[in-house]
Ligand binder design. Structure first.
Ligand SMILES: [Zn+2]
Length: 354
């Protein structure tokens, strides 16, 4: 029996549809189950007609207005971060902040975890999604890894870290200026805990690493396979937990302290390419999270992985894309089938690597 199964169930919703001459309409709904965690997402192919209502195109004029208005008093722009941002104590970071090229790491004024720095992603106040270069992302990730290493060296109880992004307010960000956030401390965040625990149970039951089995299987099936670079590979999620979700997997790295420059480069090229494709699909916002196992190396069955998703576009009074269905029922809606999304990104990635 297959160790990993891409299980789905079908349902049919029937109703008299005024949009179809009051005839009986039957819409098929596919419920997909994530092979590791079991979370569900639903695909109703008829919803594609409603996609432009659910995710209207970005209102560019409005966005530029918001950018202009916020730039004038942005605490990061024009070198203002030197005076406005907090600093870590010298025993953790001599000088208080980590700086590389245009990237600056400093503490969050209102932390949610013991270690919760913000990483300014370049000097530009606003970027379209096709303007996040691999070199800028590589500098940012290098700084993140240096921070994480310093924290663990200084405090070996701080074992669990994630590297995250909120871009623009529909994605949860309170500032326009591009930035990342690290969340770290003695306990994993909920999703990280789920991933680690389920990976461990899978290992116990099957004697192999879920992430390596997943890569092998997705590569063989091919429909959700995007590609592989030195360091890892990219796939779309069979059962995503956000819109247009791409997973990036580092098959030989259990945690962040095992990353080398090749892993950083792989991440940066992968993220930059995915954002380029999101841009070509008219999206203007995103979230991502990179998950690591325990920095003490105790999670042998886990491998570093990342989820990157699009969020609601920037329009005045945008509708949230995270309502009862996602937040309380904990299901997600699929608008672009993962197999179609993989095809788009596969083509773009192959072109960019030529
Ligand atoms: Zn700014």
């Amino acid at each position: 029996m297959d160790k990993i199964s891409f299980h789905l169930e079908k349902q049919v919703a029937r109703f008299i549809n005024p949009l179809k001459n009051n005839k009986l309409d039957s819409q098929e709904i596919e419920v997909r189950y994530d092979p590791l965690l079991g979370h569900q997402s639903v695909l109703n192919r008829d919803l594609k007609d409603k996609a432009s209502i659910l995710f209207p195109d970005t209102d560019k004029d409005y966005l530029l207005e918001v950018v202009k208005e916020s730039e004038a008093h942005c605490f990061l722009c024009s070198g203002r971060w030197k005076d406005t941002t907090p600093r870590y104590p010298d025993e953790l970071i001599p000088g208080g902040r980590l700086i590389k090229g245009e990237v600056v790491l400093f503490p969050n004024l209102f932390p949610l975890f013991e270690y919760h720095p913000v990483v300014m992603l370049g000097e530009k106040h606003y970027r379209d999604l096709n303007d996040f270069s691999a070199s800028l992302l590589a500098d940012a990730l290098t700084v993140c890894l240096e921070f994480i290493e310093r924290c663990f060296r200084n405090d070996p109880s701080a074992k669990y870290f994630t590297i995250n992004a909120n871009y623009l307010f529909p994605a949860g960000s309170s500032v326009v200026h591009p930035h990342l956030q690290i969340i770290g401390g003695p306990v994993p965040v909920t999703h990280q805990k789920d991933l680690i625990e389920r990976s461990s149970s899978y290992h116990e039951s099957n004697g192999s690493v879920y992430w390596n089995d997943l890569i092998e299987k997705e590569k063989k099936i091919g429909r959700r396979w995007i590609g592989e670079l030195k360091g890892g590979c990219l796939i779309t999620s069979f059962s995503p937990i956000g819109q247009n979700e791409v997973q990036i997997i580092w098959p030989s790295k259990r945690h962040f302290l095992e990353w080398d420059d090749g892993d950083v480069k792989f991440a940066a090229v992968g993220i930059s390419n995915v954002l380029n494709v999101y841009h070509s699909m008219n999206f203007s916002t995103f979230n991502f999270s990179i998950f690591s196992g325990s920095l003490d190396g105790s999670d042998d069955s886990f491998r570093c992985m990342m989820r990157i998703i699009t969020r609601q576009n920037v329009v005045p009074n945008h509708r949230t894309d995270d309502y009862y269905f996602q937040k309380l029922l904990r299901d997600e809606i699929i608008l672009v089938p993962p197999e179609k999304l993989a095809e788009k990104i596969r083509v773009a990635l192959a072109k960019s690597l030529k």
